[in-house]
Every structure is written in C-alpha cells, then in structure tokens.
Design a protein around this ligand. Structure first.
Ligand SMILES: [Zn+2]
Length: 95
C-alpha cells in the first residue's frame, strides 16, 4: 500500500492497485512490520472504503483470531484481513 500526504489527515493509506481509494489513516495503523504467512503486511485497527469477506478463523502466533478478508471497494483488489475478535485460547499449561 502506498502512503500519501493528505490535507485532512496526517497520513492516509491508499489502495496500491487503483491508487485513488483511501482505505485507512495512519492513526489506525497497528503495525507495519507484521509478518504473516502471506508475507509482510499492515495491521489496521479500522479501515474504510473496503468490502469485507466472510468470517474465518486463523491461527496467529498470538492466538486464534476470527478475521474477515478485506478488499478495495473500487477495484476489488485483495488487501488483507481485518481482525474481528480474539478467540479464547487460554488452556492451562500442564506441568
Ligand atoms: Zn483499489
């Protein structure tokens, strides 16, 4: 994703495919160094101008999460996923 300066927000992220659809603001970026199975990615707390796919469960290093895939609402480019909730995964360790 490309980051561009914008008058309204300090930094706005645009879809890298159509390059004219703002999808998130910098304040909402949770991590830009995220490494997942699909390669490097961005973690956003929230995004806009996107369409969300069906919910699915994915196992991450931090636990099991329910996520939904998101795509650009203009060009339909797959952008990543959105965390919906963290599933309880707190088994007591057996010693
Ligand atoms: Zn797009």
């Amino acid at each position: 994703m490309d980051a561009k300066r914008c008058h309204l927000f300090e930094l706005v992220y645009y879809c890298a495919s159509c390059n004219c659809n703002p999808i998130a603001i910098h304040d909402q970026v949770y991590s830009r160094l995220y490494k997942g199975a699909e390669g490097r990615g961005y973690l956003f707390r929230s995004a806009f101008n996107v369409t969300k796919g069906p919910l699915e469960e994915r196992q991450f290093t931090t636990g099991l999460f329910t996520v939904s895939t998101i795509a650009c609402c203009r060009c339909n480019q797959y952008l990543g996923w959105h965390y919906v909730r963290h599933l309880s995964n707190q088994k007591k360790k057996e010693v």
